[in-house]
Ligand binder design. Structure first.
Ligand code: NAP
Length: 275
């Protein structure tokens, strides 16, 4: 079994991005819009700040109150869109109830849309002309590529159909000529599908959702899920038993998560280079 070591690969990618950044003789700035006080968001934001600093990218957090109105958030995004010192914008999810996330994502200028969630970014991806692509799906593809895993003709069972993971990942996988079966909570006989797949990608958010009897010998298993048990981060996959059957497998933590962060940094540089 070979570990798909996102921690190691992301470190290499970030080192290369640092060199790429050094060739740009200008300030680069990420603006993060944070509404409310979700404690998990605070951890994610602090990590993004830390990672930006590694490649000399400025990171400003625009923090609005929990009871802010949707209009105030949209106005802030508009201000950041028009601010020439801002290279890229991220709206930290989740937003408080009453604020339409999709509307906020779509307000971001596609040229500054680091998460790739705006209609234009999504449309470009779906039409096979990706520009700024959603970071988790992009990070998964990059991780598979690093280990020379050829996707052409492979049967992939993708368990997730969300806008941030499953849908963009589906398009990236088919663009690499994989045959993708997209599963979700209404899928029947999931085990039959996972068992016949060359690659299983699970992003459900339920610990031990993927057990050894669900994968074939030699399968490649990518665990996107993040859950917390007694303060410990775990994925969807019962790692101890599944890793005995898999040929390649991602750990959690240290698999897809660090790749996502590396792709955020890469997208900031792409945004700057395309100005
Ligand atoms: P989500 O919108 O809740 O999506 C969960 C998906 O799992 C849905 O498509 C859902 O189906 C499906 N599902 C739920 N129960 C199922 C079942 N019993 N059988 C088959 N499918 C089932 O969540 P998300 O935002 O996409 O995130 C998914 C997971 O990935 C979470 O754990 C999240 O924390 C993690 N994540 C990790 C990263 C990272 O960087 N590592 C980034 C993003 C997300 P329906 O569509 O039918 O509801």
């Amino acid at each position: 079994m070979i570990l798909l070591d996102g921690k190691k690969v992301s470190k290499e990618i970030i080192a290369n991005l640092k060199e790429r950044r050094e060739k740009i003789n200008d300030n680069i700035k990420l603006a993060i819009v944070w509404v409310g006080n979700n404690p998990a968001s605070e951890i994610y934001i602090n990590n993004k700040k830390k990672q930006c600093a590694k490649i000399n990218v400025l990171c400003d957090v625009y923090h609005l109150d929990e009871d802010s109105k949707e209009n105030e958030v949209l106005e802030l995004i508009d201000k950041l869109n028009n601010d020439k010192t801002v290279t890229g914008i991220l709206v930290q999810s989740p937003l408080p109830n009453g604020i339409d996330e999709t509307k906020c994502f779509n307000k971001i200028d596609p040229k500054k849309d680091i998460d790739g969630f705006s209609n234009i970014s999504v449309g470009n991806l779906y039409l096979g002309r990706p520009k700024l692509v959603s970071c988790t799906p992009k990070g998964i593809i990059r991780l598979l590529e690093y280990y020379s895993i050829d996707l052409e003709g492979k049967n992939v069972c993708l368990i997730n159909r969300s806008n941030i993971v499953g849908k963009p990942l589906f398009h990236l996988l088919i663009s690499k000529n994989a045959t993708v079966t997209m599963c979700h909570s209404k899928t029947r006989n999931l085990k039959d599908i996972t068992k016949s797949a060359d690659i299983v990608i699970s992003a459900v958010g339920k610990p031990k959702f993927i057990t050894a009897d669900m994968v074939r010998d030699g399968a490649i298993v990518v665990d996107v899920g993040i859950s917390r048990i007694d303060g410990k981060v775990v994925g969807d996959v019962d790692f101890a038993s599944v890793s005995e059957k898999a040929s390649y497998i991602t750990p959690v933590p240290g698999g897809v998560g660090p790749m996502t962060i590396a792709m955020i940094l890469e997208n900031i540089l792409i945004a700057k280079e395309s100005e």
